[in-house]
Design a protein around this ligand. Structure first.
Ligand code: NAP
Length: 264
């Protein structure tokens, strides 16, 4: 597994992690992911999987880089503090490696939310602050509200069939050392990608280079600087396949062929 620096923290996260929305893989799939280096495990208070994740990692918590999220309806100061405590209890841990604001909430001043998250950092309950689904403008507003910390990551939709962030968000994050955590990198079901591959480019590249279609699709995501991906799978064999998307790079020629086969 190859690793990338998280923001400008000096800390390293794997190029391929594990998402847990709708996760039902218990301890074995997470254990296999961690053994293969995919120790960035992503959950959220809204997924209903924090409890399962907490249970699964209880024996090897210190090997995991644990990411969770606070929901926008909990962005008032006291609600953030309570949401974090509730997540910590469900996750059976006393610290969250990456605490992410799940979606922007235009009805609550971002400064109030950031103040609460910085308090959690001060108390040692949160190690790093991230956001999710934030535009460049929303990211800049969040960054300017911080007093002692930085936004280290922005978790956003990105795959061969969802390329909207390429216009301005990827360049901004690369320039400002904000790691992009690509969610739904397999488009929430691999057929959503293969059905769009009308000219069979993905299939033919797969044959030429000896990797699977899922590995090529994931490698295309992580070929972009500052981007890591968190495919969800409940199955050990898919974890093994997905981890095989790291450690090599598609050539510029293959990248170009995929870019034109899957136009934004
Ligand atoms: P995804 O990872 O793009 O796709 C998951 C689907 O792909 C599952 O049906 C999974 O089935 C299947 N799959 C996984 N590996 C495969 C492989 N090698 N071959 C074929 N199929 C494979 O979709 P996602 O769950 O939406 O996104 C990933 C994670 O991102 C989520 O779990 C969550 O942590 C995060 N997320 C965040 C947000 C946000 O707003 N921040 C939104 C959505 C998702 P199996 O389980 O059977 O393998």
């Amino acid at each position: 597994m190859e690793f990338r620096e998280l923001g400008r923290t000096g800390e390293r996260v794997p190029e391929i992690g594990l998402g847990t929305w709708l996760y039902t893989g218990g301890e074995s799939t997470i254990r296999r992911a961690v053994d293969l280096g995919a120790n960035l495990i992503d959950t959220a208070e809204s997924y209903g999987t924090e409890d399962d994740v907490g249970h699964a990692i209880i024996k090897f918590r210190n090997e995991v880089f644990l990411a969770t999220k606070v929901s926008p309806e909990h962005f008032r100061y006291n609600d953030v503090i309570k949401a974090a405590d509730d997540s910590l209890r469900r996750l059976r841990t006393d610290y969250i490696d990456l605490y992410q604001l799940h979606w922007p909430n235009p009805n609550i001043p971002i400064g109030e939310t950031i103040r609460a998250v910085e308090k959690l950092v001060e108390e040692g309950k949160v190690r790093n602050i991230g956001v999710s689904n934030f535009s460049v403008a929303q990211l800049q507003e969040a960054e300017s509200s911080l007093s002692r910390n930085r936004i280290v990551s922005n978790q956003v939709l990105y795959s061969l069939v969802n390329r909207e962030i390429e216009t301005d968000l990827i360049p901004y994050c690369q320039e400002h050392h904000v790691t992009i955590i690509a969610y739904s990198p397999l488009a929430q079901g691999f057929s959503n990608i293969t059905l769009r591959d009308r000219t069979g480019v993905l299939r033919s590249i797969t044959r030429e280079i000896g990797h699977t279609e899922a590995q090529v699709a994931l490698n295309w995501v992580i070929c972009h600087n500052s981007v890591v991906a968190i495919p969800k799978t409940s199955s050990v064999s898919h974890v093994e396949e997905n981890c095989g998307a790291s450690g090599w790079r598609l050539s510029p020629e293959y990248m170009a062929r995929l870019n034109s086969a899957f136009p934004d």
